[in-house]
Write a protein that binds this ligand. Structure first.
Ligand code: NDP
Length: 323
């Protein structure tokens, strides 16, 4: 494995030649990074198609009209493989990157590299937002907030007092489940393709669920007592590939109140097409992406964030991004 110093000696911008915020950067680009301005970034692997720089830079542009101090803020994207995450965060800390978003595969890996973790993120076991503190980064998780905001915005649904069926037991599902019980859902069913992640996740969720019942199921063995009028949320990766089947067959499911798919590209997954065909209100995960981002920007700037500007930027980015 390359040492951090070797990675950083590869190349780097000078203040005379800064890259564009649309470019995908790597650790080497941090060499000679100018001191001026306030920097934010998303780190992932892969990261090329991330809409986050578009959303955040559009919002910062609008916010800087009423907050001139934000004029020097910029949001970048860095492709960082998992083995380089510790050195990447160290170098970003040295270069005073104020905020960092984390996406696949870093959300769990980063937990041990932080000086403080927000209790909700601790319960989830994953972080997607870091803020630079005095001695290092503090971790938060805004995915669950993004989900409940998206459900409300797109489908007019509140999880409080509702039966919720959550599909999936990966990182996104964990964030969702913790927020759903924090919101006071009536009962939470969690289903998955395979048992290992599911059983681990059920244990973690039960620790914070209090009196809210949490029931597990496998997609191959749907329980007979699944509720009708539930909110169904897909947090599996089934649907990312347009050829693969939906994680569950909605036709053999008690009729839900609404179906939300965290996937936003493709914009209409098989699950959402099935919901449409059955006349069930449905929405994709673009609103979740926008709201988790807006919450992160609020944590960094401490001020109100123009969600509409972020949404327009994300939609425009999706229209022009390759299939
Ligand atoms: P993980 O890799 O952590 O989890 C993947 C989950 O999908 C697991 O439950 C896995 O099941 C399941 N899965 C994968 N392939 C299939 C399949 N073919 N059929 C059924 N189940 C399958 O990923 P994340 O939790 O981080 O992300 C999950 C999804 O959520 C992704 O599509 C991602 O794009 C989306 N997402 C959207 C966000 C937004 O802002 N809109 C934010 C975060 C994520 P098993 O345990 O059996 O392997």
């Amino acid at each position: 494995m390359q040492s951090g110093l070797n990675i950083l000696s590869a190349k780097g911008p000078t203040s005379a030649h800064m890259p564009s915020t649309n470019e995908t950067l790597s650790l080497g680009d941090l060499k000679g990074w100018p001191e001026s301005g306030v920097n934010l970034a998303v780190i992932g692997h892969p990261i090329k198609h991330s809409l986050s720089p578009l959303m955040h830079n559009a919002a910062l542009g609008t916010m800087s009209r009423s907050h001139p101090e934000l004029q020097t803020w910029k949001y970048w994207k860095f492709d960082v493989p998992p083995e380089e995450l510790p050195i990447a965060l160290k170098e970003m800390q040295n270069r005073r990157f104020l905020g960092v978003n984390l996406t696949v595969p870093h959300k769990v890996l980063a937990m041990r590299l932080l000086t403080h973790i927000d209790p909700a993120a601790e319960a989830i076991g994953a972080v997607n937002t870091l803020r630079l503190g005095k001695d290092g980064y503090e971790g938060f998780n805004t995915d669950g907030y993004g989900l409940v905001s998206g459900l409300h915005e797109d489908l007019g649904l509140s999880c409080h007092g509702a039966d919720v069926v959550l599909l999936g037991a990966g990182g996104a599902a964990r964030g969702a489940a913790i927020e759903l019980v924090r919101q006071g859902c009536k009962k939470l069913w969690i289903g998955n393709r395979s048992p290992r992640n599911l059983d681990e996740m059920i244990l973690a969720v039960e620790r914070v669920a209090g009196s809210i019942p949490v029931q597990r199921f496998l997609f191959s063995e749907l329980p007979s007592d699944l509720p009708s009028n539930a909110i169904v949320i897909n947090s599996t990766a089934a649907g990312l590939d347009q050829e693969s089947p939906a994680p569950i067959q909605l036709r053999s499911f008690p009729r839900p109140l609404g179906v939300y798919d965290m996937i936003y590209k493709p914009s209409r997954t098989k699950l959402l097409l099935d919901a449409e065909a059955l006349g069930i209100p449905s929405a994709n995960g673009l609103s979740m992406l926008v709201h988790q981002g807006a919450r992160a920007l609020g944590i960094w700037t401490g001020t109100q964030v123009p969600v509409v500007v972020m949404r327009d930027a994300a939609r425009a980015g999706l229209r022009t991004s390759p299939a």
